[in-house]
Design a binder for this molecule. Structure first.
Ligand code: SF4
Ligand code: SF4
Length: 293
């Protein structure tokens, strides 16, 4: 647990656009304000379209002069995406920093080395086991799968807030009150549950690692089958996916909802999934051998 003293407490929140970095930092800032602390928050979200790096510095204490956290001074690094956590790891206090990260890997389509079905992709090779061996305290939690199990993968950031709550001395009920005010009314129940599950998971022990996600980064096999699913209710017809698909295989239908017009051309590159601001597209690439089995 990070001691809340006279010096500012520094929490650095990082992820990629569309994950909710700003929401998480606003919840934390509100919590701190509610407890009488002075709070300074600074953020970069110019790349807030899905995929760009987003970070937010939250500093709170009896008095805070500067809004930004110097390198090596973060008490807690909260990463909504694994590689983004690694990118910022030098910002943690080396002797006492706490690293909390979703083990979810969002592999940018631009990391593909070749254009084609199942092209190999580059991704940070460090596993949760390696990183947990290096940091003083932390959690590598598969928050996305946990949220998916609750029926809404967007609640992954609330799962992480649950884990974060174990590192700060605020009552869980206070967190829940604040979160309730930040999430859409129809998702309140799921988010309350997500917070509780994330908190319970982290309370089971420091340096905990979600085993299923501790696997090395998946590298696509040469032969895969691709399933592309579009959740019509979430699509607002912005046509970003259609314009950005390298193979030109998507189109808007008469109801202005994206649909896959040319399935045979789709390479499963995930560009559309990555760029959709509304998480309306899900790509599943399955190695051919697995698909046959
Ligand atoms: S539909 Fe999506 S996954 Fe398929 S080629 Fe186009 S951008 Fe890539
Ligand atoms: S699927 Fe997403 S990116 Fe494509 S048109 Fe709909 S909202 Fe836009």
């Amino acid at each position: 647990m990070v001691a809340l003293g006279n010096a500012p407490t520094n929490v650095l929140i990082v992820g990629v656009g569309g994950q909710g970095v700003i929401m998480v930092s606003k919840v934390l800032a509100q919590m701190c304000q509610n407890h009488g602390f002075e709070v300074k928050q600074s953020e970069v979200h110019g790349m807030a379209k899905r995929g760009g790096g987003v970070f937010s510095h939250v500093r709170f204490g009896p008095k805070v002069w500067s809004p930004t956290i110097p390198e090596g001074e973060a008490d807690i690094l909260l990463a909504l995406e694994w590689a983004e956590g690694l990118r910022w790891i030098n910002y943690m206090k080396p002797e006492s920093g706490t690293f909390i990260a979703d083990t979810q890997q969002i592999v940018p389509p631009f990391a593909c080395r070749a254009r084609g079905r199942g092209a190999e992709a580059n991704y940070a090779p460090q596993t949760p086991v390696e990183i947990m061996g290096k940091v003083k305290a932390g959690y590598a939690i598969d928050a996305t799968t946990m949220a998916e199990g609750l029926g809404n993968l967007r609640a992954a950031n609330t799962v992480l807030l649950g884990a974060l709550s174990t590192a700060l001395d605020f009552a869980p009920e206070d967190w829940l009150d604040v979160i309730r005010g930040f999430v859409p009314p129809k998702t309140v129940d799921i988010n309350m549950q997500a917070f509780k599950e994330g908190r319970a998971w982290a309370l089971e022990g420091d340096k905990r690692i979600d085993e299923p996600a501790a696997k090395p980064a998946p590298v696509l096999q040469p032969q895969v089958t691709t399933r592309l699913e579009i959740t019509g209710e979430w699509c607002k017809g912005c046509d970003i996916c259609i314009k950005m698909c390298p193979e030109r295989c998507l189109r808007l239908n008469a109801q202005l909802v994206a649909e896959l017009a040319e399935p045979d051309l789709c390479t499963g590159c995930r560009m559309c999934e990555w760029l959709c601001p509304d998480f309306a597209i899900k790509i599943t690439n399955t190695p051919v051998t697995e698909a046959i089995a």
